[in-house]
Design a protein around this ligand. Structure first.
Ligand SMILES: Cc1cc2nc3c(=O)[nH]c(=O)nc-3n(C[C@H](O)[C@H](O)[C@H](O)COP(=O)(O)O)c2cc1C
Length: 199
């Protein structure tokens, strides 16, 4: 049960939501792996279908690794990847049934998954995307700026980085501290009434 008092922590809500903004260029300042580890340790409590937790991460901490990634990004996304102190390739593990065994999944479910690539793919992508969203929030809670990008040759990223494992890239996240030019003007957001029906 949650004991959190939302009204008591407006500044955290601002850091996670209202002040949070996609960063597109970064200061020359590290994004420590320890902070990403802490962010993951928080984000992993997100709900996922069947508690499958299919998100996997490549941490591109070296400039050489980000140079390998850059040509696989859409033109506008290349500079952020090269300029960020850290880039994450976020993937969905298509062999998620293997790791779900450790998490206590039922034998019946594991067999159904093992027999259907379509089911594994759907489950893995849906829940990895949910985990990605939580990871963005957790990174922001560490005081880091992030940029999520899907403008990339995702199959090409798999060929370059995942030849030895069944991980399917779904996005790239740049991580660091935004510089003075990092943030475009804030784009609008839908109002509650425009996107809801109360039944
Ligand atoms: C799934 C996803 C894919 C995105 N892909 C790109 C991208 O390829 N390039 C880019 O510059 N921004 C990308 N963005 C960032 C969005 O354009 C940005 O979050 C949105 O315009 C709102 O801007 P704000 O975060 O600054 O408020 C992506 C965001 C998400 C969540």
């Amino acid at each position: 049960m949650s004991s959190y008092d939302a009204a008591a922590d407006e500044s955290l809500l601002a850091a996670l939501f209202t002040d949070a903004h996609t960063a597109r260029s970064f200061r020359d300042e590290p994004a420590p792996i320890e902070q990403v580890r802490r962010a993951y340790d928080n984000a992993r409590w997100a709900p996922t279908a069947l508690n499958s937790q299919p998100m996997r991460l490549d941490l591109l901490a070296s400039p050489e690794s980000r140079q390998r990634l850059a040509p696989l990004m859409a033109g506008i996304n290349q500079e952020p990847v090269i300029g960020a102190p850290l880039a994450l390739i976020v993937s969905a593990d298509l062999a998620l049934d293997k790791s779900m065994r450790e998490l206590g999944a039922s034998e019946q479910m594991l067999q159904r998954l093992a027999g259907s690539m379509e089911m594994r793919q759907g489950l893995a992508r849906d829940s990895a995307l949910i985990q990605l969203g939580y990871l963005v929030l957790a990174l922001r809670a560490e005081g880091l700026d992030v940029g999520v990008m899907t403008g990339a040759d995702l199959p090409g990223i798999d060929a370059e980085f995942h030849a030895d494992r069944p991980w399917q890239a779904i996005a790239v996240i740049t991580v660091g501290h935004g510089d003075d030019d990092a943030f475009h003007p804030r784009a609008g957001r839908h109002e509650f009434d425009a996107v809801t029906q109360i039944l």
